[in-house]
Write a protein that binds this ligand. Structure first.
Ligand code: HEC
Length: 321
């Protein structure tokens, strides 16, 4: 098995191949013709890269909208398919760094990696390779974070770039499961169910079952298991995520919707407490009258209304939570 140290050397070797990681190596040459560069771009599978980055930073599969968004952002930034190249030039390619940092700096990633540097490195190893770090790797990567030599946006791709063969195999199987799971989110009901931290945690548990010897047939079984686990996960975190996506643009202390300077009728859903306290009015307006979202300007789906209904009728009304 290659150690963290060899991994690090591989990253540095990639740097040397790229003429010092200083940036201007590609552009120094004669500019490629328009067709040649279009062809090169077309050959990079940005959905695949986006899915890998979701795993690396969030430890889970992308939802279809998130996948499309990050694939588009990656395509625009010209992200390379090679994690070694991506890692080596994180510092010199602002566009690449921006995509990685937007994932690393997302509230979800920050919550997932909320502990100290050693805890963050341990969580990254689990996200990527389904194992705890060896002591050498743990010391090296948390030391690099502590000294500021590397950022938390940098470490997951650096780990991937220098991964041992066995770790690469686990990651490839996890990525296959993640892609198959996202592809299986093909109905509004499944998409609505894969919302919020509870569903994410349920999926992470299934992804943790993957090993290097997981076969294609096993992946298909695990997809079904993941869909069931996500559907059965608690409703409130789903409602929270749905309210954040469909209501908070208007109902916030700082609305972002054009034409709304203050929260309509003073109703705000910025915190879980505010959502819980207004459960009945949310239920009436979202499920019964469907008066909200106002003019459905935020494109709430019927499946999302069904999640709100299941939450209210199942968890609130019964006094379960
Ligand atoms: C585009 C902006 C916008 C969005 C998005 C929006 N609302 Fe509203 N909401 C309003 C406006 C405007 C009012 C006041 C309507 C009125 O008084 O006629 C309102 C009023 C309400 C009320 C009080 C209604 C009553 O009569 O008691 C509730 C409850 C409410 N919204 C919940 C929600 C929920 C839940 C969502 C998300 C599913 C949501 N809203 C999304 C603009 C919005």
């Amino acid at each position: 098995m290659r150690s963290w140290n060899t991994g690090r050397k591989a990253v540095l070797a990639a740097c040397v191949l790229l003429a010092g990681c200083g940036g201007a190596d590609v552009e120094d040459a004669a500019p490629p013709s328009r067709t040649a560069s279009a062809l090169a771009l077309a050959q990079v599978d940005h959905e695949r890269i986006a899915q890998q980055l979701y795993l690396a930073y969030l430890g889970r599969a992308a939802d279809p909208a998130g996948l499309a968004f990050f694939a588009g952002a990656g395509r625009q930034a010209g992200l390379p398919a090679d994690m070694g190249v991506l890692s080596a030039r994180y510092g010199s390619e602002p566009g690449w760094r921006q995509v990685l940092d937007s994932l690393a700096g997302s509230p979800e990633a920050l919550a997932l990696l909320s502990g100290d540097d050693a805890a963050a490195v341990t969580a990254m190893y689990r996200n990527l390779f389904n194992r705890a770090p060896d002591p050498g790797g743990l010391a090296f990567w948390s030391g690099a974070l502590a000294s500021g030599a590397l950022t938390r946006g940098q470490v997951p791709v650096a780990l991937l770039a220098g991964a041992a063969v066995a770790d690469q195999a686990v990651f490839a199987r996890k990525a296959a499961l993640a892609s198959a799971f996202t592809a299986a989110l093909d109905t509004p009901e499944r998409i609505a169910a894969y919302n919020g931290e509870g569903a994410a945690a349920a999926l992470r548990q299934v992804l943790a079952k993957v090993s290097a010897t997981t076969l294609d047939g096993d992946v298909a079984v695990l997809v079904d298991e993941a869909l069931a686990a996500v559907a059965a996960s608690p409703a409130f975190p789903k409602v929270q995520a749905i309210v954040r996506a469909r209501c908070v643009a208007c109902h916030s202390v700082t609305p972002t919707m054009r034409g709304f300077n203050t929260a309509p009728r003073g109703i705000r859903f910025d915190t879980p407490e505010q959502i819980r306290a207004d459960a009945y009015r949310i239920y009436v307006n979202v499920v019964q009258t469907q008066f909200m979202p106002y003019g459905n300007q935020t494109n709430m789906t019927q499946a999302e209304r069904a999640v709100v209904r299941a939450w209210y009728e199942g968890e609130v009304q019964d006094g379960a939570r």
